[in-house]
Write a protein that binds this ligand. Structure first.
Ligand SMILES: NC(=O)C1=CN([C@@H]2O[C@H](COP(=O)(O)OP(=O)(O)OC[C@H]3O[C@@H](n4cnc5c(N)ncnc54)[C@H](OP(=O)(O)O)[C@@H]3O)[C@@H](O)[C@H]2O)C=CC1
Ligand SMILES: N[C@@H](CC=O)C(=O)O
Length: 377
């Protein structure tokens, strides 16, 4: 008997598209595992595509490939039009349509609502999904770093939420931490380099390249957030740190985190467009960071954007670390997380590897969905 997991995907950018491609290319593997993923809806910022009869139909693989093709050209989902058997629902109706889909499937077949957007606007739909008994899988960190009230509601049914890709992309950071927590081993310190973008940027700066050039390259490689200032401000790392801290039971909010930004407030999102920042703003930062890299080098050190969680303190910012240290040896988009607990007191548990990229992130999301299979008929 084949288990069927209906999937509603919110967000069809770099990560979302890779996820759809992985779902299609893993069909035979999943069949051997006795599970089938039925994609019953895909949304972007403006619309939702769904089969006319979601209980019986799904978006077939040919259509999913077409969705990926259209979105990779930068076009909205509306361009697809309503091909035979499918409907495109535009804003604002797409939100009520999403809720109706959650209601219908949440109570019958079950539904995995997968958030691969980078938006705050999905929170309402996710909370509704949780209320209706749906499962939730997140690559998007924003819902988990909203208010404590939102956080508590999202994680109310721990078995029904998965968010491995929110920290370290496909790396098993959340899973490892959950295992330590559930064994009663108290975690007292987490130190890490949690940004693929900033890891890549820092190691490329060491090779003498200018900041403006390497940030653009990180964006092209799919490491950055849609607005790279989300990475350069330290906000993306702060979100990951907050997710880890909350997992440890710390009732913290974003304002409690000390965050160092790589750009001045005058270049912030409210005052400059992304395009203007990348074309004209960031070059003004090249000289200063080059000086910092050289000073660190003269001390036998390199710069790393480091996150430290200890007690009730969470800090993220640039640190000079010895070249010949685990953090100093980190290259490219790799992340490293060191977890210190009673069992891992002197020798921390270390998780290291590719910490960003659409492919590896989508793989983490797919593994999360498959991990929920026991909850589906
Ligand atoms: N790339 C990486 O290495 C990693 C990414 N992540 C997380 O994955 C998420 C996606 O990243 P990425 O794919 O690079 O981002 P993209 O900007 O490429 O894609 C975001 C997608 O979300 C859509 N979207 C925006 N608002 C909404 C909404 N309200 N409802 C539904 N869809 C919406 C966008 O629509 P439209 O196309 O219309 O703009 C777009 O399709 C982010 O939250 C990121 O932090 C996590 C770990 C690693
Ligand atoms: N922009 C993020 C993507 C993963 O969370 C990063 O650079 O680490």
């Amino acid at each position: 008997m084949m288990k069927k997991i209906p999937v509603l995907l919110m967000g069809c950018g770099g990560v979302g598209r890779y996820l759809l491609q992985h779902i299609v290319s893993c069909r035979s593997l999943h069949a051997k595992m006795g599970v089938r993923l039925r994609v019953v809806g895909v949304s972007d910022s403006k619309s939702l595509v769904v089969p006319i009869d979601v209980l019986k139909e799904e978006l077939n693989d040919e259509y999913l490939s077409e969705v990926c093709r259209v979105k990779s050209t930068g076009s909205p989902l509306t361009t697809l039009g309503g091909l035979g058997g499918y409907r495109v629902v535009n804003d604002p109706e797409s939100r009520s349509e999403t809720k109706a889909l959650e209601e219908l499937l949440g109570k019958s077949t079950g539904l995995a609502v997968v958030d691969c957007s980078a938006s705050m606007e999905t929170i309402e739909l996710l909370l509704k999904a949780v209320d209706l008994g749906c499962c939730v899988v997140l690559a998007n960190k924003k819902p988990l770093t909203s208010t404590m009230e939102h956080y508590d509601k999202l994680v109310l049914h721990l078995r029904r939420i998965r968010h491995e890709s929110t920290v370290g992309a496909g790396l098993p950071v959340i899973a490892s931490l959950n295992r330590i927590i559930s064994s009663g081993d108290p975690v007292h310190r987490i130190v890490g380099s949690l940004s693929g973008t900033l890891g890549y940027v820092m190691s490329e700066l060491e090779d003498g390249k200018p900041l403006s050039q390497v940030v653009q390259a990180a964006k092209t490689l799919g490491y950055t957030e849609p607005d790279p200032r989300d990475d350069l401000s330290g906000m993306d790392v702060a979100r990951k740190a907050l997710i880890l801290a909350r997992l440890l039971g710390k009732r913290l909010i974003m304002d409690s985190i000390k965050i160092e930004s790589l750009y001045p407030e005058a270049m912030g999102p409210g005052l400059m467009s992304v395009e203007d920042f990348l074309q004209n703003g960031i070059v003004k930062l090249d000289e200063n960071i080059e000086g910092r890299v050289k000073r660190a080098s003269s001390n036998g050190c390199v710069l790393r954007y480091v996150c430290v969680i200890e007690g009730s303190s969470v800090q993220v910012g640039i640190r000079e670390v010895p070249k010949d240290s685990p953090l100093g040896r980190l290259r490219g988009s790799d992340n490293i997380v060191e977890i210190y607990s009673r069992c891992y007191e002197k020798q921390p548990l270390v998780i290291q590897g590719a910490g960003a990229g659409n492919d590896t992130t989508a793989a983490g999301v797919l593994a999360d969905i498959i991990d929920l299979q026991d909850l589906f008929p």
